[in-house]
Design a protein around this ligand. Structure first.
Ligand SMILES: *[C@@H]1O[C@H](CO)[C@@H](O)[C@H](O)[C@H]1NC(C)=O
Length: 129
């Protein structure tokens, strides 16, 4: 990633953490059930629409229990079939994925609401509500 783009991304994320609402763009992956344990809630089940976030959105744990709205914007690989289903999904942040390239790691249930699971990963916007 270019230095300038990286800088702009960091600035965007910094603004996100201090404002009521913001939108971050990046990659989303998914993981299969069971969705416990999690870094935020241990073995307490928080339902099926949950997600983990990488370091930036994790914000030292401040993201725990927050609801983020995630919308699919396109395929990871150009030329792949269009994976987006046109819906947005609201997930609760329950986990931390340190060092992950993806900005958010959705439960398979949440991912399936916005995109075809066959895609594996997709580009998304994450809106901190
Ligand atoms: C997604 O979350 C699962 C469960 O916490 C974890 O095992 C997996 O490594 C995560 N994937 C990524 C890309 O962070």
């Amino acid at each position: 990633m270019g230095v300038i783009i990286r800088y702009l991304l960091m600035v965007t994320i910094a603004i996100c953490l201090t404002s009521v609402e913001c939108t971050v763009t990046g990659l989303a992956t998914f993981f299969d059930p069971p969705y416990v344990p999690s870094a935020c809630f241990g073995n307490q089940n928080q339902g099926n629409l949950v997600a983990g976030v990488s370091d930036d959105l994790w914000d030292s744990g401040a993201a725990c229990g927050k609801s983020f709205e995630v919308a699919c914007t396109g395929a990871t690989n150009q030329g792949d079939p269009q994976p987006c289903l046109g819906e947005a999904v609201t997930v609760m942040i329950v986990d931390h994925n340190p060092g992950a390239a993806a900005i958010i790691n959705l439960s398979a249930d949440a991912f399936a609401k916005i995109a075809n699971l066959d895609a594996g990963s997709v580009y998304v916007t994450v809106n901190t509500i």
